[in-house]
Design a protein. Structure first.
Length: 446
């Protein structure tokens, strides 16, 4: 960083003040919006770092609510109410509760005054059809109907009514310009322009929320158990960001010659183009010296004659090369030998990644069992998984030896409820993400 940038960064940090609450979403939304507001020239790689040692105490505080808010920052939605200063008074909007009608609910007739026997000359109140002014108001658009309801001393702000396009002056709302833009449709869904790397300090944070935010944006969740783990966690995160080699990697796989895809073992987004025949896998980005291995279960047809080179699939990989700033494409074919002399010994490299997925699945299921209070069942599942990996053809590989050690360490966190919620859950979720995504994020086991 330049001296000027360092000074600016220090000023921004010094300006942060604590007010006794944990506004995770508000801080995260502002960080994402700052990256949306960037102007050229700007780096291809961008990320927001979210650090917390506790639970979110303001709305939204759940994963789906936060992701919705990040993707719809301009939509009128109740979750954004807390983002506006308390000094701004929103106008009272009685009876406007429907999302489908844009007119005041004046469809009913005015009630009649009951006739009294001692006053026979009294006539009923006029019906609505006898009141042309009311009829005229029914036909007016909502923004003109609401105009008389705004006192002159109230700023011209947008009431929080979904899907209504009123003429709002956002400049009258302090600090609101950064969050809302009149030029963008309120219903438009925006991409999150960056990865979100999350850091959970201690055992009091919500690992499900932090891991979910990271998974949804191709980021990493770091469980920081103690102060000694802080430097390594930040070094791992920042080092990875500056070494990104390719972005927006998409693998298109199409099987051939009667081959059928049964299952794709990955947590990356998978689009099934043709059921059983063609899939599209969105891998995201990859850092220098990393690799991605996708385990696919498929069936191949029987052959009446031997074939030395049987083509079972063709693949195309598309990605943005960060070094050359160009989109690039690579094509290849999957070929196996269908000869009677072909060895039937399982492929060791393939078996390693089958074990990796097996370990990640087991730790994910054990985490759910722990949340349900079934700690002994979760521990037993992890022990059985260790036994399976230890008896596989790749058991002697250093990678698989490390897998077994990771699982056994996680099993120690399944002894009881106390062990699970005081680090066991966080450690397992950290390992689940690391092994599914093939990206190390566990500073405690390095």
């Amino acid at each position: 960083m330049s001296p000027e940038s360092k000074t600016l960064a220090r000023q921004q940090v010094d300006a942060i003040k604590a007010d006794g609450s944990t506004h995770l979403f508000q801080g995260l939304a502002r960080g994402v919006e700052m990256l949306r507001e960037r102007t050229s020239p700007m780096n291809d790689v961008a990320s927001v770092l979210l650090l917390t040692d506790g639970q979110a105490t303001s709305q939204p505080n759940d994963l789906q609510g936060m992701l919705f808010g990040l993707r719809h920052p301009h939509q009128s939605h109740p979750i954004f109410m807390s983002m506006f200063p308390s000094t701004i008074q929103m106008p009272q909007m009685p009876n406007l509760v429907s999302n489908t009608t844009y007119y005041p609910p004046m469809q009913q007739q005015m009630p009649q005054m009951p006739q009294m026997q001692q006053m026979p000359q009294m006539q009923p109140m006029p019906q609505m059809q006898q009141m042309p002014q009311m009829q005229q108001m029914q036909q007016r658009p909502l923004n003109s109907c609401l105009a008389p309801m705004f006192p002159s001393n109230v700023p011209n702000v947008m009431p929080m009514i979904p899907n209504m396009n009123l003429n709002a002056n956002y400049n009258t709302m302090p600090n609101a310009n950064a969050m809302l833009s009149p030029s963008i449709s309120s219903s438009e869904e925006l991409d999150i322009p960056c990865s979100i790397n999350t850091f959970g300090y201690g055992a009091d944070h919500n690992p499900t929320l932090l891991k979910g935010l990271a998974d949804a944006t191709n980021g990493v969740y770091y469980y920081v158990a103690g102060t000694k783990d802080i430097p390594e966690a930040f070094a791992d995160c920042l080092g990875g960001l500056v070494s990104v080699a390719a972005q927006n990697i998409v693998l298109n796989l199409k099987v051939e010659n009667g081959t059928k895809i049964s299952h794709v073992s990955t947590k990356f987004k998978v689009n099934e183009i043709v059921p059983g025949e063609e899939v599209e896998i969105h891998i995201g980005d990859i850092q220098s010296e990393e690799q991605r291995d996708i385990v696919i279960t498929a069936t191949i047809p029987q052959l009446e004659v031997q074939v030395e080179k049987f083509i079972y699939a063709s693949a195309k990989i598309s990605y943005f090369n960060v070094l050359t700033c160009n989109m690039e494409h690579v094509n290849c074919q999957g070929v196996i030998s269908r000869m009677t002399t072909t060895s039937t010994t399982p492929n060791v490299q393939l078996n390693k990644h089958v074990n990796r997925v097996l370990a990640a699945d087991a730790m994910s299921k054990a985490t759910q069992l722990g949340l349900e209070g079934k700690h002994s069942e979760g521990k037993q599942l992890l022990e059985e998984t260790c036994a399976k990996i230890s008896s596989s053809v790749s058991a002697s590989e250093p990678f698989c030896i490390g897998l077994v050690q990771d699982i056994r360490t996680c099993a120690n966190g399944m002894v009881d409820r106390t062990a699970f919620f005081n680090g066991g859950q966080q450690l397992m979720m950290n390992n689940v993400q690391a092994h599914y995504n093939q990206r190390s994020s566990n500073t405690m086991m390095q």
